[in-house]
Design a binder for this molecule. Structure first.
Ligand code: SF4
Ligand code: SF4
Length: 354
């Protein structure tokens, strides 16, 4: 069941939801983009529907609501450990379809990869989602159709799509019907629209031979990538973190432990005791990130980690395109397979002529 509403009606829906939920949504920050006279769209808590950016993709992902950039886990003294207080009010987060799929990846990492992460679960239990529907025809970077994440059919309380005829909302959660009816919603059959295809497409190889690890295709990124980590910061499926102990006293016995976001693209991430470093060049770091996103995660969980949002392409200061890298890997895998078949044919021919 769904509803159509005018602008005032959708505004009333958001106001009414705001009585029971905090609402976290993409907001356009005019003039705050990285170039002169450009905007940036990032997530914030909002109180009014007019603040929500429903047309354009956000530059930054929603993930800080589930995995804060810096989160105090607990405080400690010499004798006592006290868990940090947190805001336990429920939250509704407005997400596009690929971001709803990204939540599945975050849940997989934190809740379905060995013992559940206690701190993540405590936050996750209070977070629900609303789907921002639309065809995203003007998105130059996203490739969610190639990744199979262009459509979300579950995992949301309601959807919203802003059209010239008003706001179309699919409301699978029947407990919210009264909210939409009180706001003047007119009952209608609503199917959320989604990008059937994107301007950017990728092809992901089913199997990748081990020889790709030493392949020269990665050298380009040692030359181009500056290791800023922006691509991982905006990625809705990057989950790496590190721990920081902050001491309040010189003896180091009173303080707090924080979990802070980290990035496999930043120098120092793979440092180990004794001065070792597993991945020293940006090419090696890129190889690790790319194969994790389109191969290693799938080997473990059966689906790809990357959801094709395209945010990493848009944010890279060196104009490195993740979608182009995926297609380069695919092309290289095909070349390696052809070389291997050619070598096998020659060997068979040589054996036959003996
Ligand atoms: S790797 Fe890039 S395209 Fe894929 S989910 Fe992350 S930010 Fe989006
Ligand atoms: S954003 Fe670009 S330059 Fe920065 S780490 Fe990622 S790929 Fe490298």
């Amino acid at each position: 069941m769904g509803y159509t509403l005018d602008e005032a009606g959708f505004s009333r829906v958001v106001k009414n939801l705001g009585k029971n939920y905090r609402i976290f949504a993409p907001v356009r920050k005019v003039g705050e983009g990285r170039f002169t006279d450009t905007d940036v769209i990032r997530y914030e808590f909002i109180t009014d529907a007019s603040e929500i950016e429903l047309q354009k993709k956000s530059d930054y992902s929603f993930k800080e609501i589930l995995t804060p950039l810096s989160e105090t886990l607990f405080f400690f003294t010499e004798n006592v450990v006290k868990e940090a207080d947190r805001d336990t009010r429920d939250v509704i987060v407005f997400l596009r379809s690929y971001d709803i799929h990204a939540v599945k990846r975050l849940d997989q990492i934190y809740l379905g990869n060995g013992p559940k992460d206690y701190f993540y679960e405590n936050i996750r239990d209070h977070v629900k989602f609303a789907l921002i529907a639309g065809d995203e025809a003007d998105d130059p970077d996203g490739f969610s159709a190639s990744m199979g994440t262009n459509r979300a059919t579950e995992g949301y309380l309601f959807s919203v799509e802003q059209t010239s005829d008003g706001f179309l909302c699919d409301v699978p959660d029947t407990s919210l019907e009264s909210v939409f009816e009180e706001a003047g919603g007119v009952k209608a059959e609503v199917t959320p629209s989604y990008p059937v295809e994107n301007r950017t497409r990728v092809e992901i190889p089913d199997e990748i031979p081990n020889s790709i690890y030493k392949d020269p295709i990665w050298d380009e990124y040692t030359a181009r990538c500056i290791g800023c980590g922006r691509c991982t910061l905006v990625c809705p499926t990057c989950t790496c973190f590190t721990m920081q102990d902050i001491y309040y006293t010189d003896n180091g016995k009173v303080g707090e432990r924080r979990r802070v976001n980290a990035s496999c693209m930043i120098d120092g991430y793979t440092n180990v005791a004794g001065g070792g470093q597993y991945r020293r060049t940006q090419g090696e770091r890129m190889r690790f990130k790319v194969l994790h996103k389109i191969y290693d995660f799938r080997k473990r969980f059966g689906y790809d980690m990357c959801v094709g949002c395209g945010r990493c392409d848009a944010v890279c200061p060196e104009y490195i395109s993740f979608s182009k890298i995926i297609n380069k890997v695919n092309q290289r895998v095909n070349e390696l397979a052809a070389e291997s078949a050619d070598a096998a044919g020659k060997e068979a021919g040589a054996n036959g002529s003996k």
